[in-house]
Ligand binder design. Structure first.
Ligand SMILES: NC(=O)c1ccc[n+]([C@@H]2O[C@H](COP(=O)([O-])OP(=O)(O)OC[C@H]3O[C@@H](n4cnc5c(N)ncnc54)[C@H](O)[C@@H]3O)[C@@H](O)[C@H]2O)c1
Length: 711
């Protein structure tokens, strides 16, 4: 007979007992998702106390009552309250005590996982005796702590390698990447997969079957991996290689990955106790490290920017029109359709439309192959996009986003055509990368409905949307564009209009300065290396090749007057290179030569390029000189953007630079960087470097008042 009893409601977990199984429902009060917090530790301790001596309970199931979420990790908001490494160590120690007790619990505990199982959430699951996951694409398992500059502090660095093997565990923890259900099963991270509807039943069954029969697991590893991980000597090669790879990728700017390797090594070579101690100590240190503080700040700013401050003014957008099915247009169509918006995708020819649609198909199908998306979802998404070469159907569109060539006259013409073919209240958004929105809207009939929506390439991957408003843009238009950006999964900043708005405007002087160093005899690879070492994902010269020398030449023309105003000579190299047929990566003629894409050969410097920069003789620059010139000219321009009201806050400036331009995340963004360097030092450096580095007045003012950009 089935007997269901409900114990008194606990603050976080509720117990339901049925046929010898206690089902613990995780349901953190007042939160949309379950997080790891002190009340969870208290609740679990109480639950384990009550179940340990309850004779009616043979096995236990942990499951979440929240939709599509098991436990989404720690409450990151609380990180800033931790002021000392001792405090952080103590938290980790408490977590360890609880999870060790779970792992050694005399009754089997089964984790039933559906939805986000992240960070501490996965560590809870790892401490259980058995894991069943739903085979739903919403189920994601990861230990993403490294992205916040810390490490898994709940035994993750110890339990994961023992379960899935050393190399797989390092890969997961050093990248923080998502693991989807099928991969999780294959690597042994979960024991079984089941449809979400059958999850609870399957978990209950497993809990009873495990009574007196602990699970037997075979390591699902290749022969080579087993061999490599079988003894201390071969494992030492794995640790060394992992550390080398981290060093190569991060230039040593982030301490967390090295500490992760250290903890794993301590555990496997000196035993679990030593490993746990290393984890607690390193967790404490990392938690209060400057890198982690900056990464946490970025996370919190990003979360804040995911909320539309003018939500109540936003109007519904059901259908959008996208003009131009090229690189950017197809990307915008993709992220819109993925998030439930119908799209009319227009280009000049069916061939161009077809190419855009094909690019979207390729991307979605890649996800299906990785099992991150079901074939049904792929097809539904594609069915939301209708390709077209005329304006039929545009009368129903609520928002039109143009992504045609970067040409002011063309954009003005497209705007006029759109106004003639759409309803009165339709919004026109331009994805221009540099042209002032006011100039595009100069002859608009409905200038209050014109706005900039600046996406970054590749659109499905890049997290930022920069919205540009003019003096005439209506508030509801701004609110609606913001809403669309959030629906497309973007972090949104709103800036005021001007040439290059914010992101392009601060990038341009950095690139210009890189070309200036080339003019002075610098070396392409040295400049790029210095800036990667500083923390950028790609060097500035490689970036020019990626963006396109044609695009760069155009942008320098638009921003030319700005450089002149700063007493800098706009570098004409890009225009001259473009005129000579250099376009960068797209035509395999740039600062680098890329060779055949199918060959594995690394790109090499195109020596011809030096004829545009004073000939083949190059001279050495110290990396700090390159780094200071390039980073501070950008940071100073960011300060000018704040001074002139292009930016509304330092926070927007930091998020725009980190998410849109790859400004080193561990430095937190231009304004956090200014704060951490200290304005007296920044002013001294700028003043030493010449007239084009003349400090923004706002820097002098704040220094005089001893004010920071962040409290
Ligand atoms: N590529 C980037 O990294 C990037 C980033 C941000 C913004 N942008 C901006 O986005 C816009 C598009 O750039 P892209 O890289 O996608 O260019 P692209 O060359 O890949 O695509 C432009 C598309 O517009 C189409 N087109 C031209 N005239 C048209 C018309 N009258 N009606 C409909 N379609 C028309 C072209 O056929 C082409 O397919 C530009 O303004 C660019 O500055 C580009």
């Amino acid at each position: 007979m089935t007997k269901v009893t409900m114990e008194a409601a606990m603050p976080y977990g509720q117990i339901e007992k049925e046929n010898g199984v206690a089902v613990v429902w995780l349901d953190q009060p007042g939160k949309k998702v379950n997080t790891i917090s002190i009340d969870l530790v208290d609740t679990f301790t109480a639950i384990l106390d009550s179940l340990e001596n309850d004779e009616t309970v043979k096995g236990i199931v942990l499951i979440s009552r929240k939709p599509d979420n098991f436990i989404a990790g720690a409450d990151i908001d609380k990180f800033k309250d931790i002021v000392s490494s001792n405090e952080a160590e103590e938290l980790s120690r408490q977590g360890h005590a609880l999870l060790n007790r779970m792992a050694a619990f005399p009754k089997p505990i089964v984790a039933a996982l559906h939805g986000a199982t992240l960070g501490g959430g996965l560590e809870v699951a790892l401490a259980c005796h058995y894991r069943i996951a739903s085979d739903d694409p919403k189920t994601i398992l990861a230990l993403p702590e490294v992205k916040l500059g810390i490490l898994p502090g709940g035994g993750g660095t110890q339990r994961l390698p023992r379960l899935v093997g050393l190399q797989t565990a390092l890969d997961m923890m050093l990248t923080g990447k998502n693991v989807y259900p099928r991969q999780a099963k294959k690597m042994g991270l979960v024991d079984d997969l089941i449809h979400p509807y059958g999850l609870l039943q399957a978990a209950k069954k497993a809990a009873l079957e495990l009574v007196g029969h602990p699970p037997e697991r075979k390591k699902r590893q290749s022969f080579v991996a087993k061999l490599l991980e079988s003894n201390p000597l071969s494992r030492s090669i794995v640790y060394k290689k992992a550390a080398e790879l981290v060093q190569k990728r991060t230039w040593g700017n982030y301490p967390a990955p090295f500490k992760i390797i250290e903890c794993v090594k301590a555990g496997l070579e000196k035993g679990p106790e030593a490993g746990m101690e290393a984890e607690i100590k390193n967790f404490g240190e990392l938690m209060v490290s400057p890198q982690s503080r900056e990464l946490v700040q970025i996370f919190l700013s990003m979360t804040a920017l995911k909320k539309n401050p003018m939500k109540e003014q936003a109007r519904p957008v059901r259908k959008i029109g996208v003009l131009g099915a090229g690189l950017m247009g197809s990307g915008v169509a993709h992220v819109s359709a993925t998030n439930g918006i119908s799209v009319l995708l227009k280009d000049i020819t069916y061939e161009a439309v077809g190419q855009g649609e094909k690019a979207i198909w390729r991307d979605l199908d890649g996800k299906v192959k990785k099992k991150a998306l079901s074939p049904f979802e792929r097809d539904i998404t594609l069915s939301r996009i209708s390709g077209t070469v005329d304006y039929r159907g545009f009368e129903k569109a609520d928002l039109i986003i143009e992504a045609v060539f970067e040409d002011l006259e063309l954009k003005k013409r497209i705007l006029a055509e759109t106004e003639a073919n759409t309803k009165e209240e339709a919004i026109f958004a331009s994805n221009t990368s540099s042209l002032p929105i006011g100039s595009i809207a100069a002859a608009a009939k409905r200038p209050d409905k014109v706005i900039g929506m600046h996406y970054f390439s590749p659109v499905p991957k890049m997290p930022l949307l920069e919205i540009i408003v003019t003096e005439k843009t209506a508030d509801w238009v701004r609110a609606t564009a913001f809403d669309v950006g959030i629906r497309q999964g973007k972090t949104v900043i709103v800036v005021n209009d001007g040439p290059g708005f914010y992101t392009t405007r601060i990038l341009a002087p950095l690139l210009n300065e890189a070309l200036e160093i080339l003019n002075e005899g610098g070396d392409v690879e040295e400049i790029d290396r210095a800036m990667r070492q500083f923390g950028y994902p790609v060097g500035p010269i490689a970036l020019i090749d990626e963006v396109g020398i044609d695009v760069g030449a155009h942008v320098s023309k638009v921003l030319g007057p700005l450089f002149t105003a700063r007493r800098a000579t706009p570098n004409t190299a890009m225009e001259r290179l473009f005129a000579a047929g250099y376009k960068g990566r797209k035509n395999n003629r740039g600062f680098y030569l890329y060779g055949d894409p199918s060959s594995k050969k690394k790109k090499e410097v195109n020596k011809e390029i030096y004829t545009f920069f004073g000939g083949p003789n190059r001279r050495k620059f110290d990396p700090p000189e390159i780094q200071n010139r390039l980073s501070l000219i950008m940071v100073n321009e960011a300060a000018l953007c704040l001074q002139e009201g292009i930016l509304q806050s330092p926070r927007d400036g930091d998020i725009g630079a980190v998410f849109g331009l790859g400004f080193p995340p561990f430095l937190g963004g231009p304004f956090r960087y200014l704060d951490s360097l200290g304005l007296p030092k920044v002013l001294a450096l700028l003043e030493k470097m010449g007239p084009r580095f003349t400090p923004a007045q706002i820097l002098r003012d704040r220094e005089a008042k001893n004010q920071r950009f962040y409290a």
